[in-house]
Design a protein around this ligand. Structure first.
Ligand code: HEC
Ligand code: HEC
Ligand code: HEC
Ligand code: HEC
Ligand code: HEC
Ligand code: HEC
Length: 312
């Protein structure tokens, strides 16, 4: 094993990373540990190394702001009459093994609806494209006119007066179109008077910088740092959520908190992935659940060796 470990260190890292995944999947990749992957140990529950992302105290590189703990506070509005739950945002993929990627429209927009005018709550800034947002803000009179006709059912002859009135009210607050645009892109709370509202209403009146890192560009539209939402954290093991829904000891549903300390996390940079101790409670002789290497790892010979086998 020592000789193998030494040989392994001469081989390129990718020789050890043959865990196929689709090109769309974003996988959390850590560098090869300094001493390589080869170690000598006899069982999962004793000598198996702590998972690399725990051992190295890995951080989530994403810059999208998200605070799990804040979203379980009492002032967060209920969704469909229920307190916000993990599954409101985390939906399993069709095979149930892993979870789908977070999506603004499905998981955030009900509460963070990008309103900007409390008198016209159904008028909202479009999400997800900086140029579209700019075009929208630069055509506000036309947007108000459409809104008046389609949503408010205002008679055609009164539309222009309505538009003039709304634009004037916005102007009292922002003075110019440029100022409004800057506030929307670069401030977390562009609409200061809204601070007197409750948390639920405030959450609907936010700027892009509430969630994003926004960078100014000379003479151009600002850029939003693209969120990196990781799909796979532990590519070297075959974890499967469908096998972890029921606690085998009690036959009761297994709480997400057994493995994910999400309710205590305030920073996106926290990696909410379990450590080995979260597994050995079951996967060990005491826990009475299988803990063979092959329970969690698949054997993967190099492609060349596999073909060789077939030819022989
Ligand atoms: C309002 C939506 C929302 C709710 C509710 C929510 N999450 Fe998340 N979760 C996110 C977002 C956004 C991310 C990605 C950003 C981040 O890492 O914080 C994420 C990431 C994660 C990750 C991936 C690992 C990581 O560190 O990024 C895990 C695991 C997770 N959440 C577990 C939970 C659990 C367990 C609950 C329930 C206690 C929960 N979440 C509730 C939005 C939510
Ligand atoms: C027995 C431990 C365990 C339990 C219970 C558990 N998870 Fe996980 N979860 C994991 C592990 C391990 C990973 C990393 C999987 C990987 O990347 O291969 C993970 C990954 C995730 C991720 C990141 C995206 C992904 O699919 O890889 C989310 C989101 C998540 N879990 C949500 C939940 C929610 C919601 C619950 C409760 C309904 C839950 N988990 C229950 C162990 C668990
Ligand atoms: C059920 C409603 C609800 C959902 C869904 C929701 N939020 Fe929130 N969020 C709130 C409220 C309410 C606040 C507090 C607003 C305030 O105090 O101004 C908040 C606060 C925040 C904050 C500021 C946190 C802090 O530390 O102060 C961020 C960032 C945020 N949400 C991002 C998101 C993202 C990203 C999503 C989707 C993945 C999301 N929220 C989904 C209701 C929600
Ligand atoms: C409440 C939090 C929140 C606010 C406020 C917010 N976003 Fe986002 N945004 C997200 C989340 C979550 C994602 C990643 C998921 C997705 O793409 O749906 C995202 C993704 C994006 C992306 C990347 C889309 C892609 O295709 O990769 C852009 C660009 C973007 N937002 C622009 C904006 C702009 C411009 C604003 C202001 C008008 C804004 N966002 C306000 C949460 C937010
Ligand atoms: C509450 C008990 C419990 C905990 C905690 C637990 N597991 Fe499991 N695990 C099970 C049970 C039960 C099975 C199903 C065993 C079977 O089918 O024989 C299982 C099966 C598995 C499998 C096989 C999946 C498949 O496709 O057959 C893997 C991989 C796995 N667990 C990994 C983990 C990891 C990694 C952790 C820690 C993050 C963990 N488990 C924590 C109870 C648990
Ligand atoms: C209950 C599930 C489970 C069992 C059983 C298990 N492992 Fe692991 N192992 C994991 C997980 C999860 C990781 C982390 C994977 C990742 O980071 O991609 C891991 C990582 C590893 C690594 C990488 C070590 C490093 O330096 O990061 C090696 C090598 C390994 N396992 C070998 C084994 C061997 C040999 C056995 C049998 C004696 C075994 N495992 C049994 C879940 C398991």
């Amino acid at each position: 094993m020592t000789a193998s470990a030494q040989k392994g260190m001469q081989l390129p890292r990718d020789a050890f990373h043959r865990h196929p995944h689709s090109p769309q999947q974003i996988v959390f990749a850590l560098p090869r540990p300094p001493q390589g992957f080869t170690a000598t140990f006899a069982s999962f529950w004793e000598g198996h190394p702590e998972f690399q992302l725990k051992r190295g105290n890995a951080r989530d590189p994403d810059v999208l702001r998200f605070n799990h703990q804040r979203h379980f506070a009492p002032d967060i509005p209920p969704v469909n009459g229920q307190k916000l739950d993990c599954n409101d945002c985390h939906q399993p993929q069709s095979d149930g093994r892993l979870y789908q990627r977070i999506n603004f429209a499905n998981n955030c927009q009900t509460c963070h609806s990008l309103q900007f005018d409390s008198r016209n709550p159904e008028l909202r800034i479009p999400h997800g494209n900086v140029d579209l947002v700019r075009t929208f803000l630069r055509s506000l009179p036309a947007q108000y006119a459409d809104y008046a006709r389609l949503k408010r059912g205002i008679a055609e002859r009164e539309v222009s007066a309505f538009v003039a009135q709304q634009v004037k009210q916005l102007r009292d607050q922002f003075h110019s179109g440029d100022e409004l645009e800057r506030a929307v892109f670069f401030t977390k709370d562009p609409y200061k008077p809204q601070q007197t509202m409750g948390a639920a209403a405030r959450g609907s009146f936010t700027g892009c910088a509430f969630c994003h890192e926004v960078k100014a560009v000379a003479n151009g539209a600002p850029t939003i740092t693209k969120p990196i939402l990781i799909d796979r954290w532990m590519p070297q093991a075959n974890f499967n959520h469908t096998k972890h829904q029921i606690d085998p000891a009690t036959q009761k549903p297994l709480d997400c908190a057994v493995c994910h300390a999400a309710a205590q996390s305030r920073e996106t940079s926290d990696v909410l992935i379990p450590a080995k101790a979260n597994c050995t409670s079951c996967h060990s002789p005491q826990g009475k659940i299988a803990a063979e290497c092959t329970t969690c790892h698949g054997y993967h010979a190099p492609i060349a060796a596999q073909t060789l086998n077939v030819q022989r």
